[in-house]
Design a protein around this ligand. Structure first.
Ligand code: ARG
Length: 454
């Protein structure tokens, strides 16, 4: 039975019904739909639009429907047009005419806008919680590696010394910004559209602010056309998820590299890596590859949503039913990725010796050598050139800055003295980078404290 059967003489064609139906994916909104309906009827009762008896009967039956869905005794009918239709029909089946009053001063257009906002509010919190958990794991690892020296890279070429803690905390900064964006996204979602009805509000004397209060919304929408057709908050979330996935993907890419024999900075726990069906020696970082791969589908979802909305005249159009699969997929994807990544990062083995070895080659202390000359009065450009020549000499003669004799240094500049070796010592190079945001353990510790207090 269709909700809108009055005008029609024929039943909907069954193939068309399947095409039109959204229940296979919007059934996950059942709880929000029921809670929204209870709040709506409570408001109708307060406004004397329905009787107290109507309200209690509806509330009891709706609560029971919720329980029955949750305990599996009520199966959601996949032939229904959508979850809103299914629940209204079930209510009417259970309490007859009273159930038919539920939809007074409401349309599925504002109902679905309400449900999706309620659902996203909860999921935004879930994603924030997951990100915080990931940050905690990264911070723990950083605290264990404040003095773990590794090369920092630009162009994937060894550049300057950093610590593994400093490296990990870079990702914490990204996730901190992601959380801030999600906080804002929560606010834009936290506005209650019910009462917009189909598109033009209602003639009934409803109290929208009261409904918003019951459902714990901060505000109500201020234009009924926009109220039913705004999906900005949903697109914001699709973007925010894409951004987080981009961060996770960069991190994943580095874990993949660092697990390779070429780097061997990290080794994953057996429980979080996989083997090959043919090559017995292999240990593959599949989880991180999948995260990198799944980033693509979240971008796809964002593009689908932007494109979905771009040509829609006000107000509601059925196109908008397509918003759900895309955003649900992005939400499921990101939650799964973070949940899987956390124990993998927690258990991964940091191969400090290999990091140190890599830091010792590649002349990553060359800038420090140049700075040594700058501190002795040589202009930086000149110091840069001299150091470049020293590096060239070392490469040709299979030396590193640490074991080049002082006499040789002096051939390049008479400013060099024995203390140059202290200056280019990697630990000193790290400790001296003692500016806010720098890799000096002192600074990284302060950064960690700051984030912990947040
Ligand atoms: N299933 C629909 C959706 O998700 C609900 C709203 C239907 N409204 C309508 N006027 N047909 O968008």
């Amino acid at each position: 039975m269709e909700l809108w059967k009055g005008r029609f003489k024929k039943k909907l064609d069954s193939q068309t019904n399947d095409f039109n139906s959204s229940i296979s994916f919007d059934s996950r909104l059942y709880k929000e739909d029921i809670m929204g309906s209870i709040a709506h009827t409570k408001m109708l009762e307060k406004q004397n639009i329905i009787t107290k008896k109507d309200f209690t009967e509806s509330e009891d039956a709706l609560t029971k429907i919720l329980e029955d869905i949750q305990n599996g005794s009520l199966e959601i009918n996949n032939n229904a047009e959508d979850i809103h239709t299914f629940i209204e029909e079930e209510l009417t089946k259970r309490i007859g005419d009273t159930g038919k009053k539920l939809h007074t001063a409401r349309s599925r257009n504002d109902q679905v806008a309400l449900d999706i906002r309620m659902y996203l509010k909860e999921e935004i919190i879930n994603i924030i919680e997951a990100l915080k958990e990931l940050e905690d794991v990264l911070i723990d690892k950083a605290e264990e590696n404040l003095y773990t020296i590794m090369p920092g890279y630009t162009h994937l070429q060894r550049a300057q010394p950093i610590t593994f803690a400093h490296y990990l905390m870079a990702y914490c900064e990204m996730f901190k910004r992601d959380i801030e964006r999600l906080d804002k996204n929560y606010d834009s979602t936290n506005v209650m559209p019910l009462g917009s009805c189909a598109l033009a509000g209602t003639t009934h004397n409803i109290d929208r602010k009261y409904t918003a209060e019951i459902l714990e919304f901060k505000d109500v929408t201020l234009n009924s056309l926009d109220g039913v057709s705004d999906r900005d908050f949903l697109l914001e979330l699709a973007f925010n998820i894409s951004m987080i996935m981009m961060h996770l993907s960069r991190f994943s890419e580095e874990i993949i590299l660092y697990c390779s024999w070429e780097f061997k900075f990290l080794e994953l726990d057996d429980a979080f890596s996989t083997g090959s069906s043919i090559m017995p020696q292999k240990k593959n970082p599949d989880i991180t590859e999948l995260i990198r791969g799944k980033t693509g589908r979240t971008y796809g979802n964002l593009m689908a949503l932007l494109t979905l909305m771009k040509g829609l005249p006000l107000a509601y159009n059925k196109d908008m039913q397509e918003d759900k699969e895309a955003i649900f997929d992005s939400i499921d994807t990101i939650k799964n990725c973070i949940k899987t990544l956390i124990p993998m990062v927690k258990t991964m083995n940091v191969l400090k010796e290999n990091m140190k070895k890599a830091a010792e080659t590649g002349f990553i202390n060359a800038t420090d050598c140049a700075d040594y000359l700058v501190n002795r009065g040589i202009p930086f450009r000149e110091a840069y050139k001299i150091t470049g020549e020293i590096v060239g000499y070392c490469i040709d003669n299979n030396k590193i800055l640490e074991n080049l004799e002082l006499e040789k240094y002096k051939e390049f500049s008479d400013k060099f003295e024995n203390d140059v070796y202290d200056e280019i010592d990697l630990i000193n190079c790290i400790n001296k980078r003692n500016v806010i945001g720098g890799p000096a353990p002192e600074q990284v510790k302060q950064h960690i404290e700051k984030l912990k207090n947040k």
